[in-house]
Design a protein around this ligand. Sequence first.
Ligand SMILES: [Zn+2]
Length: 268
Amino acid sequence: MVMFNQITPVYPHKLRRLYGPFLTLAESYRTVVGTVAGSFGLGENRYTIPRFTFLGPEIGMPQKRIGLFGLLHGDEAACAQALLKLLQTLADQPELAKGYDLVVYPVCNPTGYEDDTRHNRSGADLNREFWRNSSQPEVKILEEELRTQNFDGIIALHADDTCDGLYGYSHGRVENENLLLPALQASSQILPLDLRTMIDGFSARDGIVCDCFPGILSPAPDIKPRPFEIIFETPARALPVQQAAAAHVALLSILSSYRSLISYAQNL
Ligand SMILES: [Zn+2]
């Protein structure tokens, strides 16, 4: 007779505390749907990558699907707080997300969050592993999401401990001028912009970085049409509540700007 070693999932308290308010929203509002993108075992624990979808009011055309990603680096807790704040705002003011379905991944690196480390528990920087045949389970789960969720745009939140101001990256001039720049301007009411000409080793202007590292979370290489992609960085040394507030304002700005951009393009 074969004896199976039963592994009972044990969810660490720290993660449970983080998930709690998201689950409360999903229980309280029909517009917030809580699911799981995937899970993986490590030691005796089972870790999940949760996915919360906000179903915005429909406006008579296909909903735009935006993927929002936080805590790819486990020591950037303010990013998850910004995503929680966004869902809370939208639950009470759904019209701010009219025409959108927002797919929110607040915890992309659960073991890093548990350990308060940038890397996951296996020592990998997940944000250098995408589309490189990574063996990291978090990356495999998220790549599958990026392949199958039909995103029109993806936004990744980060906190940088080498800067004193807000900055961002997007993948093209149209996105820079129409989405990222207004988002930086709006959030600069809360924290200053990083106006250096070199940020994180890349040349930069007005808080917009012109390039990024290979292997970052991004749309699948062969996907067409290509979703817009934005990275928004807050200064990790600022108060977490301020970082979350700045990123929250930036996200609302991007939703508003992208809606204007689409309707402008449709009226051409
Ligand atoms: Zn980061």
